[in-house]
Design a protein around this ligand. Sequence first.
Ligand code: GSH
Length: 204
Amino acid sequence: MKLTFSPASPFARKVRIAAIELGLIDKIEFVPTTVVPGQPNDEYSKITPMKKLPVLITDNGDVIADSYVIVEYLDELVGGGKLIPASGPERWRVKSDHSLLQGMLDSMLLCRYERMVRPQGLQWPAWADDHWNRAWSGMARFDAKPDVLSGPLDIVQIALICVLGYADFRYADCGWRKAYPNLDAFNERMLSRPSVKISVPPKA
Ligand SMILES: N[C@@H](CCC(=O)N[C@@H](CS)C(=O)NCC(=O)O)C(=O)O
C-alpha cells in the first residue's frame, strides 16, 4: 500500500500513528506529497480530485480518501474493533468525538491558511478568529473528559494528539498547556509511545 504523506500534516500523522499501533507500518510506503492551497496540482488531482492528503492507494490500486476512512480500513485489515469500536454505543461515542476533533483540525488548518497563506489584503480576521475559537473550545471540551483521556488507545486519543501537536507546530504561542492542564498531562503520557514520539511534526 502507498500513503500520500507530509510530516507537517496532522491528518497524515493520524494514519501513521494508527499504522504503527496496528502493526501495519511495514506494509505502507510513504510517498512524500506537497499540496499548496490556491495552486493546481494536475498530477495529484488525477489520484484525488480534492487534492488533499493523505490518501491510501491499496495494492490493487483502489484509492481510499480521508484519514478517518483510512484508519477504519487499516483497523479492518487486522480484524476490526482495535481503534474504532465495531458496534454499540461506544462506536457512536468514538465516531462522534472523532468528528469533533476532525472539525477542530479543519478549523486550525483553515485559520492558518487564512492568516498565513492568503494575501494580506484579502484576509478576513473575524472568520479566522471564529475558526480558531472553534478549535480552542474543542480543546476545553476534551480537557473536561477524563474518561476519554485515560481510556485505552483509540482513534479519538490519536486524533487529539494530532490536534495538540499541530497547535505546537503552527500556533506555538497559543498557550494550550497552561489553559488545559489535563490535555498537557495526557500529551506527556502519550509521548511515551514510540508511535506518537516519532511522528511529532518538524519544527515550523
Ligand atoms: N478530511 C481530510 C482532510 C485532509 C486535509 O485537509 N489535508 C490537508 C493537509 S494537512 C490538505 O491536503 N490541504 C490542502 C488543501 O486543502 O488544498 C482527512 O481527514 O484526510
